[in-house]
Design a protein around this ligand. Structure first.
Ligand code: FE
Ligand code: CA
Length: 512
């Protein structure tokens, strides 16, 4: 598709929410035997004047349709200056409809820039918990901010102790980089167990989100501040690439239906704006967020449009197969251009790329031969090279990538040419560990330490669970790596084993 057609398509795309029929037969005062707000509330995708408020009515979360009847239900919402709701600044009504899983997405507009607000919902006699939401600073403002990023919360493999601590952080927002759910069936030996078989249908994914969202620590982390969420593979199917499934034998049509179900359920359970797409399988998830003039965030989608894996996936000695074919893509040509144009034209002081998988290549084979993960950017070296070229050309040493997926913490310098530590540093990458996936973990690096001398751009590695807190000012960005010692039993304390800093306009990452 040509760039021009892509833009036309974006403006032509019907809002999927318009599939909700007219408001007749809405139950204005539904009666609930159980709390319909059992999945909590959330806010997200803030701008300087608006934000999304989310909830989903589910009085019995693990039952089909969350225990709701087939009728639409009226939900009211309020936004206030104070948590007692004495000064209400906005209020309105929304409809929770079965077509969208009884989810509610309110795009509250007309808010003041750079302000915190409180919000809640009501339906029938029930009132939701009170959440906090904030707007971004207005264009022209350069104000420091702090955010956390996290990923990979396999419900069976660990408790959400990291979220318990994240909920108490003094942060402006959370960037969630994917693997919010895991699609697989139950594992009998797990810390806790998936309540349903592998998710493949809309009801299957809805049920999985519902189970995850019953976790009180996850709900608490959503109450604290707005989130901006992107998806990785497990929101659909382990290691999928576009319409190539993990197993590889399913048809493209089957995978398209599965992806449609998965993307719809993701949208229904996240505080994201009304999607642009002609169908759920084509849901456009890439988007930007500006923090005044200090930073522009590019939230990327690195699964949806990517070329099939090279060399049968896994970690492979390179070169192999079509690994270095210049036609192979991670973001797809349209998103790649969107990102490159965005970097070229943005006047924002920092560029932050929120992305699924690690950009810096890790050569895990000691000695002169190289072995790379085929699932990360290292599996798409031509695409990685094109991205690094854009960074070097348009935003050299004022670009930070934040990544997840790998269930371990990394601090990586980004060099101008892919896999070439002898070329100039052009950016910094902070890779966050998992919230729960992988269980307790250890203080040891996840990967062979004998390979580290082959990778001088990797400054630090650790395999505990946790998240990262970043503070961004005009001068520098710092990353505090927060970890917990265990997730197999409750209430592990939080620690900050290391802290790193990169300065605006200067190559490299140093210990802070
Ligand atoms: Fe994961
Ligand atoms: Ca090597």
């Amino acid at each position: 598709m040509h760039r021009r057609d892509f833009l036309i398509d974006l403006t032509r795309y019907a809002a999927l929410a318009s599939i909700v029929p007219n408001d007749w037969r809405v139950v204005h005062r539904p009666r609930f035997a159980d709390d319909p707000f059992a999945l909590g509330v959330a806010s997200g995708d803030p701008t300087s004047t608006s934000a999304i408020l989310w909830t989903r009515l589910a009085p019995r979360p693990l039952e089909p349709m969350g225990g709701m009847s087939g009728l639409k239900a009226m939900v009211t919402w309020e936004v206030a200056d104070d948590d007692k709701f004495t000064k209400i600044v906005k209020e309105g009504r929304a409809t929770a409809a079965p077509e969208l899983g009884f989810s509610v997405h309110v795009d509250v507009t007309g808010l003041a820039p750079d302000r915190w607000y409180f919000y809640r919902f009501r339906s029938g006699e029930a009132t939701s918990p009170v959440g906090r939401v904030r707007t971004t600073p207005a264009a022209g403002v350069r104000k420091p901010f702090t955010f956390a990023f996290a990923s990979c919360q396999h419900y069976e493999q660990g408790l959400y102790t990291a979220h318990q601590h994240m909920a108490r952080e003094n942060i402006d927002f959370v960037a969630f980089l994917g693997d919010y759910i895991y699609e697989g069936g139950p594992t009998p030996t797990a810390v806790r167990t998936h309540a349903s078989a592998e998710a493949m249908t809309l009801d299957g994914y809805r049920g999985r989100y519902a189970q995850y969202k019953t976790d009180p620590a996850l709900q608490a982390a959503h109450l604290t501040c707005p989130w901006i969420a992107i998806t990785d593979d497990h929101e659909v199917d382990n290691n999928y690439a576009d319409l190539n499934s993990e197993n590889g034998f399913e048809s493209v049509e089957w995978m398209r239906n599965r992806r449609a179900a998965a993307y719809q359920a993701w949208w229904e359970h996240q505080p994201v704006r009304t999607p642009r797409a002609n169908s759920w399988a084509d849901l456009v998830m890439m988007r930007r967020m500006d923090w005044g003039d200090l930073a522009r965030f590019h939230f990327l989608d690195g699964r949806h449009y990517r070329s099939a894996k090279s060399c049968d996936d896994g970690t492979k000695t390179v070169p192999c197969g079509d690994w270095d074919d210049p036609k192979r893509t991670m973001l797809g040509p349209d998103q790649e251009k969107w990102l490159s144009d965005g970097l070229a034209t943005s006047k924002h002081h920092w560029q932050i790329l929120a992305n699924q998988v690690m950009l810096a290549p890790f050569d895990s084979r000691p000695g002169p031969e190289r072995a790379y993960s085929m699932d990360q950017w290292s599996g798409y070296p031509a695409a990685g090279e094109r991205l690094l070229t854009s960074i070097a050309r348009y935003a050299r040493n004022r670009t930070i990538t934040i990544s997840g997926d790998i269930h371990s913490s990394w601090v990586n310098e980004l060099h101008e040419h892919f896999g070439r530590d002898d070329t100039p540093i052009v950016g910094a990458e902070f890779v966050g560990t998992s919230v729960a996936s992988g269980g307790d973990g250890s203080e040891q690096p996840r990967y062979v330490t004998t390979a580290l001398p082959d990778n001088p751009h990797i400054k630090w590695q650790n395999s505990r669970r946790g998240y990262v807190v970043c503070n961004v000012t005009e001068e520098a960005a710092t990353a505090d790596y927060r970890t917990v010692q265990y997730v197999s039993k409750p209430d592990a304390p939080i620690a900050t084993p290391t802290r790193w800093r990169t300065e605006h306009g200067r190559p490299g990452i140093t210990k802070a």
